[in-house]
Design a protein around this ligand. Structure first.
Ligand code: COI
Length: 356
């Protein structure tokens, strides 16, 4: 794929933020990658150019019927200023799966990966050197065809934007408070909960806002039918450690197959700990808390990395997990993952891809 590169003039480049003053997704780099799709033609007009507003027809189909998908992955600055990507192909593969589910076109993973690397080389100066900070990469695809008929669009825009980030939650790596909702549901079997489409997040906002009003950071979703089986948290997959068994809900079709989830499962298996991908009800968690066998709860995600859960609220009862402190396993996983992601540690799985 040929990419037209239009570099922003030196005097127009933005000022880069301090590495220790980063939130999440508020500052964007100087350039973006984009390409267009037209049915019958395929992907065309690939370019790396200035990060700026797009022009969209008011009837662009993404705005009306939500054909919009995205991914999240990160680039890290490691030793000797080497830049590392963590499992980038896993994210691109998942994006093509999201595209298939949403009747959107497939893209060539090698072409997009080459484009991403070219964009990153140009924006290398934006990758923070502060420990814990990274450059978050957001590949996105939207339907741009103008029209109000409900059907797959014939025209799409694919773009990649970059944002230097610190911790996703204001708590940083400190334990978060989670509200378990049995009022709202996120996804159903046969729906779109297992792909990364924008509407899943839109549908989650009301529950999150209500939880935040009551002092909770995020919502834990239960299954849509019985409202008992644990699914995932707003922006993360979820793990429990009960009686020395590490448990995470299985990929049943309604939860997101997280790349960090998969990596954490692998690390836990490598360490020889007992781990199960199995259904777990909220009652089992509450009972384990009551009997003193609930040892840890933590979330996993690209944005959040590992996020310890300090308390859970369900049906009028609030439980504390591990005395509200970060657990040993969450701490170990966080340290191990960060060491791998920053290229500080040899890893046997081939997860880390150097940019150069
Ligand atoms: C991620 O972890 O990368 C996500 O996409 C979650 C979120 C910030 C929407």
């Amino acid at each position: 794929m040929e990419i037209r590169v239009e570099e922003v003039a030196a005097e127009e480049l933005k000022e880069k933020p301090a590495g220790d003053a980063l939130g999440f997704g508020q500052i964007f780099t100087d350039h973006l990658f984009k390409m267009k799709y037209t049915e019958g033609v395929g992907w065309h007009d690939a370019s790396i150019e200035k990060y700026q507003n797009f022009s969209l027809d008011p009837s662009a189909m993404a705005l009306h019927y939500g054909q919009a998908i995205f991914e999240g992955l990160k680039a890290y600055r490691g030793k000797n200023d080497e830049i590392y990507l963590f499992r980038p192909k896993a994210n691109l593969e998942r994006m093509n799966k999201s595209a298939a589910r949403m009747c959107m076109p497939q893209f060539d993973m090698d072409d997009v990966f080459a484009a991403l690397k070219e964009l990153l080389k140009l924006e290398k100066g934006w990758i923070p050197s502060t420990q814990g900070a990274s450059l978050y990469i957001r590949p996105t695809m939207i339907a741009t065809e103008a029209g109000l008929g409900v059907r797959p669009a014939h025209e799409y825009l694919f773009f990649i934007i970059l944002t230097p980030v610190g911790a996703y939650y204001p708590e940083g790596f400190n334990p978060v408070k989670i509200f378990v909702t049995d009022k709202y549901v996120r996804a159903v079997q046969g729906g779109v909960g297992n792909v990364k489409t924008a509407g899943n997040y839109a549908a989650s906002i009301m529950a999150a806002v209500e939880a935040q009003k009551q002092g909770y950071t995020q919502v834990l979703w239960l299954d849509a039918v019985e409202r008992r089986y644990i699914e995932e948290v707003g922006t993360m997959n979820i793990f429990f450690k009960i009686n020395n068994e590490v448990i995470t809900p299985p990929l049943s079709g309604s939860i997101l197959p997280g790349v960090t989830r998969d990596s954490v499962l692998q690390l836990i298996r490598d360490w020889g700990l007992k781990v199960s991908e199995r259904q777990i009800t909220i009652d089992e968690v509450m009972e384990a808390s009551g009997s003193g066998s609930l040892q840890e709860v933590f979330g996993t995600g690209t944005a959040a990395v590992i996020s310890p859960v300090g308390s859970l609220y369900y049906k009028g009862q609030q439980i504390e997990v591990n005395g509200g402190e970060t657990g040993e396993l969450a701490q170990r996983l966080f340290a191990e993952l960060q060491d791998i992601q920053y290229g500080k540690r040899e890893e046997p799985h081939g997860w880390v891809v150097p940019l150069s």
